[in-house]
Design a protein around this ligand. Sequence first.
Ligand SMILES: Cc1cc2nc3c(=O)[nH]c(=O)nc-3n(C[C@H](O)[C@H](O)[C@H](O)COP(=O)(O)O)c2cc1C
Length: 168
Amino acid sequence: MAAPALADAPAAARAADTTPVNQTPPVNQTHSRLIYFSSASENTSRFIGKLGADAARIPLHTKDEPLVACEPFVLVVPTYGGTGGEGSVPKQVIRFLNNPDNRRLLRGVIGAGNTNFGDNYCMAGDIIAAKCKVPHLYKFELMGTPEDVSRVQKGLEEFWTRLSQTQK
Ligand SMILES: Cc1cc2nc3c(=O)[nH]c(=O)nc-3n(C[C@H](O)[C@H](O)[C@H](O)COP(=O)(O)O)c2cc1C
């Protein structure tokens, strides 16, 4: 028996036929040297705003286009720990770092947190630094003080200069 003509195929099958074979899901590519995560409380986002540097934000929601780094970058990450520090790295940041291209371009981490959490202060930065073998460059509380802002501005400038001299 002859195969049914396309016009006879169920509507869903016909729709599938028109989908490009090699279509990749959309991503948000960034050339920023500073990439950060901030939850709905926006503390880290405020700190980043005060730096006055170009920065890209890791999306909060899974439905948002994932962020993909195109240049070496420093990650700024707040800690969200449970008991005993588990779950300290926000799941959005884990998802971002699960992309091997993003991990390969990570050069350092800056941790944000709250000293009320004692030994778990900025633990997400410690965990990422250890796992990805990059330096934990700085820690700051909540949205940072003016001193944190100027130290991070100066520190990042020196960090990138040093890196450009050593990584030819
Ligand atoms: C549920 C919860 C757990 C937290 N756990 C930690 C922690 O383990 N260590 C730490 O240093 N800060 C902890 N913090 C503080 C946050 O890291 C801090 O408020 C940070 O500025 C949040 O940044 P964001 O507003 O940009 O998301 C926690 C905050 C919340 C709400």
